[in-house]
Design a protein around this ligand. Structure first.
Ligand code: NAD
Length: 375
């Protein structure tokens, strides 16, 4: 089973059969994590910490056996092995740090933290304590993305000329971070995983239309370690919901359209063949418009697979596919993009420069209709 491949390697140090988990934050995204964790046989969902009484009321109604806390510290003091953090970005560092210091394994929503400094600190703490630190880069657990990665890695698309991503919708506006930090982590993590390359340089331009100084529409150019470039358009101010990534290779092209109900991935046997000269010595290009193939994708909810993978890593010590290093790399791109935005769109190096993580080359996964819509 593919799923076993994802969750198959690790050490022999198998920890408790049932992992006791607590969730911090149950706003928009938290309930999807709570539902999945609650339904997993290998998880004992012990408690949920949430500041808002209405959200705690929701948890009480839906999951009467789960303990409720208005203060996350009470949850951390309890008998739990791991914590899942689904709170706003500005709170990730402090909460994840407290959880690691309390000896808990941590799955923190994307992005890992609000700065490179914070991300590095979390990595250090997790390493020192031998704890799992995983980031919610949900799309790495998406079967269509995994198939796209297979196509690229097996050379089906040929050499990748460029990538083009669009993640647009009307809202949800954030107050404390711009649209890059909110949405681009998905595209950056997908590209790193699919291309197996690390981002080295980024430039960003955009507009702050609705809230002063909070960019809501941005265009990024990301240059990757083996020379591939990608453009990413992220927006909270667009009439259409778009979640699309196009990869153009010199053999074929592929479009991953996450909002398509039937054909999330299309592979186009299209391209431009080598230039020739015609009888008059004029430059000529041959356009190829071949078949469009829609690969069969066995669907399972990505978030469920992400949760299963986290629990597996906690139990076995396996390094997560979306580990702290991947989280740090994504944060480094967002931080460099902010610097570029502030200086008129100049190219800014992504620092620190990281080697492709071993985890990025791992395979695996299986997949059920999506019930949680990743932002
Ligand atoms: N992986 C994905 O596809 C995906 C999708 C959406 C959101 N997210 C991420 O999930 C995180 C949460 O986003 P959201 O849209 O659910 O935000 P939200 O504002 O809707 O919910 C966050 C909740 O956390 C609670 N909270 C804040 N601080 C807390 C604390 N110290 N203790 C307990 N509760 C606390 C708030 O009361 C709120 O209910 C963000 O990091 C976001 O980027 C990921």
């Amino acid at each position: 089973m593919e799923h076993d491949a994802l969750n198959g390697t690790g050490t022999d140090r198998v920890r408790p059969l049932r992992v006791r988990v607590g969730v911090v934050g149950c706003g928009y995204w938290g309930p999807h994590l709570v539902r999945n964790l609650h339904d997993m046989a290998e998880v004992d969902l012990v408690g949920v910490a949430e500041r808002r009484p209405d959200r705690l009321h929701y948890v009480r109604r839906s999951y009467p056996t789960v303990q409720l806390f208005s203060d996350h510290r009470e949850l951390l003091e309890g008998e739990i092995d791991a914590v899942v953090i689904a709170t706003p970005i500005r709170t990730h560092y402090a909460l994840a740090r407290e959880a690691l210091l309390a000896g808990k394994h941590v799955l923190v929503e994307k992005p890992l933290a609000a700065s490179v400094f914070e991300a590095q600190e979390l990595l250090r703490l997790a390493r020192e304590r031998g704890l799992v630190l995983m980031v919610g880069h949900t799309f790495l657990y998406n079967p269509a993305v995994r198939e796209l990665r297979r196509l690229v890695q097996e050379g089906e698309l040929g050499r990748i000329y460029y990538g083009d991503g669009a993640r647009l919708n009307l809202g949800v506006f954030q107050r404390d971070v711009n649209v890059i930090w909110d949405l681009a982590p998905h595209d950056i993590s997908i590209l790193m995983y699919v291309l197996e390359q690390m981002p080295v340089e980024v430039s960003a331009r955009g507009s702050a239309c609705v809230q002063p100084d909070v960019h809501d529409v941005c265009y990024l150019e990301v240059l990757f370690s083996a020379g591939t470039s990608a453009h990413i358009h992220v927006s909270w101010l667009d009439p259409d919901k778009v979640r699309r990534l196009t990869l153009v290779g010199d053999r074929r092209m592929a479009v991953y359209n996450d909002v398509s109900p039937v054909a999330k991935l299309r592979v186009y046997d299209s391209g431009v063949d080598h230039p020739t000269t015609d009888n008059y010595g004029e430059f000529e290009l041959a356009y190829r418009h071949g078949q469009i193939v829609i690969p069969y994708i066995h669907w399972r909810e990505p978030l469920r697979q992400e949760c299963e993978h986290f629990v597996h890593c906690v139990r076995t010590g396996q390094r997560p596919l979306s580990d702290g290093e991947q989280g740090l790399a994504v944060v480094a791109v967002c931080e460099a993009a902010d610097r570029s935005l502030a200086s008129g769109g100049v190219r800014v190096p992504v620092e620190p420069r990281l080697a492709p993580s071993q985890s990025a080359s791992r395979e695996g996964m299986e997949t059920a209709p999506p019930s949680a819509s990743a932002r």
